[in-house]
Design a protein around this ligand. Structure first.
Ligand SMILES: [Zn+2]
Length: 287
């Protein structure tokens, strides 16, 4: 049995200490992390990708610049990235892309370094589980200033195509904060966000959790119009309980891996929003 976590750490250094608590409480051996700050030192008993010593990689380095209010260009301040942490005797091998403009033709490339992390986990039966920690980076409209995540997510899916189509891709797990904020809220922006899910479905990747049990009442104040809504609250804007609940965090898996899913749940800790604006999610697989 393998239990995997996915968690947006909200760029908090102390989130690494909390990850250890989560690992103990939920028997986690693998964690797919987003908005992760570089840990100070190698955590005892954990292997982390990117390596904590490689400071430059703990950054979303593209777009390289941002415009200040007075129109000046400054270097990005996104000193965080997607990461994969594993513990115990799990054999985890990172698959590292090169930045798109540097990658030789036909090799694994990334448009936004740090947006996703990919690793192969060797299973006991010699099969391979490919895991992807994925983050929807916000883009901002020049006219209205409104933000949208699907453009950078589609770039990530393009970059990850060679992973999803690889001969060893029987078991693929994508976990992350997709930031599809207007997820099925009935607006055209919501529809555009949903194209990310339909595109991932073309590679066999469909949401496998966490979703609330069918008999449970729907998520109170969920922005989606779905009468059979099964969303789980995973995001609280600015960690303020008065704000509307959203589900931004999901696991998606290939059919063979979905067949192996035992359960998927969100952190039952009622104070989860004190550790990050995102709630940790978990999935256990019989592999
Ligand atoms: Zn809903």
């Amino acid at each position: 049995m393998l239990t995997v976590a996915s968690w947006n750490m909200n760029q908090r250094k102390d989130a690494w200490a909390h990850l250890e608590d989560l690992a103990r409480a939920h028997d986690i051996r693998l964690a797919l992390l987003q908005e992760a700050k570089r840990p100070n030192e190698t955590l005892a008993g954990w292997q982390v990708q990117p390596p904590p010593s490689d400071e430059a990689r703990w950054r979303l380095s593209v777009p390289r610049f941002f415009k200040t209010k007075d129109g000046k260009l400054e270097e990005t301040r996104r000193w965080f990235c997607s990461a994969i942490a594993s513990t115990g005797d799990l054999q985890v091998e990172a698959r590292e892309p090169l930045e798109l403009h540097e990658a030789p033709d036909g090799t694994f490339a990334c448009s936004h370094p740090g947006q996703f992390a990919v690793a192969n986990v060797k299973l006991d039966d010699e099969r391979v589980l490919t895991v992807v920690s994925l983050y929807g980076i916000w883009d901002r409209m020049e006219d209205s200033g409104q933000i949208y995540p699907e453009a950078t997510l589609h770039r990530a899916v393009s970059d990850l195509t060679s992973v999803f189509q690889h001969a060893s891709s029987e078991y693929v797990l994508v976990g992350g904060d997709l930031n599809i904020y207007s997820y099925s809220d009935g607006s055209v922006w919501g529809d555009r966000g949903m194209t990310v899910l339909s595109r991932l479905a073309a590679y066999g990747l469909e949401i496998c959790g966490p979703l609330r049990p069918e008999h449970e009442a729907r998520l109170e104040r969920c922005p989606c119009p779905d009468t059979s809504c099964r969303h789980v609250h995973t995001y609280l804007h600015q960690s303020k309980p008065e704000n509307r609940p959203h589900q931004l965090d999901f696991f998606l898996a290939t059919p063979a891996l979905r067949d192996r899913l035992q359960s998927s749940w969100a952190d039952p800790d009622p104070t989860w929003w004190t550790h990050s604006d995102h709630r940790p999610i978990f999935a256990s697989f019989d592999i």
